[in-house]
Design a protein around this ligand. Structure first.
Ligand SMILES: [Fe+2]
Length: 294
């Protein structure tokens, strides 16, 4: 039933859903931030609150009441409570498959902007993954913010779908084409460490909309047809103008984090305190955040 919203032929249910989604904006992030107190009686209700917000906005924000006591164990515990159990291990993940996002010189990571202090363009996670490793859920936890900069911008991918469909329904048609977006193979020292990834931008998985996207300009091939090109230009303009009331902006502080159904996001450039470099932990999951019980 949920998939009906996204189908181009179902204009009525789409309109209804669209109105509901947009009416929630602008969001008040301060009000949405959920304070977490693990190992207390209130924790179950706090988790439920995160699930409710993720159901509504495809993301939720939390803050641990005691940031300095948060360990990787607490993050796994949190993810698990939210139904995020299948953690995807990427090339740069540590042994327990949470990736430490910080400036680093490790071989193999040098090409990846996430591990530098440069601005990170709009994307959803795992847009270069094969079809059987689609990332549906994500947790991003801040252990240490940068000295300056490092603000994140987020946009619910369902809102991006709405904006594109409002601009021209043909954009949606172009972006659900199975060859809309190609990411060439990743090679390191002549060895292919990730094969070419070809797929659509929008797809529906178990009745839920998924978006596979990157605004990067290099090593990316958009399908060579006018509507695809126009849709890409539309999104590029949206990012360049940076005026949309639906884009949410926040700099994660120590102990704070984002839970999401792999929404669109970017990050501003930042400057580190050399003694306390910015450090975030990221988990990528093969499922979405669980639905609330009520
Ligand atoms: Fe990301």
């Amino acid at each position: 039933m949920q998939a009906q919203y996204f189908l181009l032929e179902n204009q009525d249910s789409y309109e209804q859903w669209r109105q509901q989604k947009l009416a929630a904006y602008p969001l008040d992030l301060t009000a949405l931030m959920v304070t977490l107190t693990p190992n207390t009686a209130a924790y179950t209700a706090q988790i439920e609150c995160l699930k409710q917000q993720t159901q509504r906005y495809n993301f939720a924000l939390y803050r641990f009441a005691q940031p300095d006591q948060v360990t990787r164990y607490h993050l796994h515990q949190l993810a698990h409570a939210l139904g995020l159990t299948d953690l995807h291990a990427n090339l740069c993940a540590d042994e327990d498959s949470l990736s430490a996002i910080t400036q680093t010189q490790h071989e193999g990571q040098h090409d990846y902007i996430p591990y530098t202090n440069k601005a990170l363009s709009w994307h959803t996670d795992g847009y270069y993954h094969p079809q059987d490793q689609v990332i549906h859920g994500m947790l991003l936890h801040c252990m240490q913010p940068a000295q300056s900069g490092g603000e994140s911008h987020w946009l619910d991918h369902e809102i991006a779908y709405i904006l594109l469909r409002d601009a021209n329904p043909a954009y949606i048609k172009a972006l659900i084409h199975p060859e809309a977006l190609t990411i060439p193979a990743n090679e390191l020292k002549g060895e292919i460490i990730r094969p070419t990834s070809i797929g659509s931008v929008f797809s529906v998985h178990r009745g839920q909309l998924h978006m596979r996207y990157s605004a990067r300009q290099r090593n990316i091939h958009w399908r060579n047809d006018p509507m695809t090109q126009e849709a890409v230009t539309y999104l590029n303009q949206l990012w360049a103008e940076d005026q949309s009331p639906y884009i949410v902006r926040h700099t994660l502080q120590a102990g704070e984090g984002l839970i999401c159904n792999n929404i669109l996001h970017n990050r501003n450039a930042f400057q580190d305190n050399p003694h306390q470099p910015r450090l975030l932990y990221r988990g990528r999951y093969l499922q979405r955040v669980a639905l609330p019980q009520h």
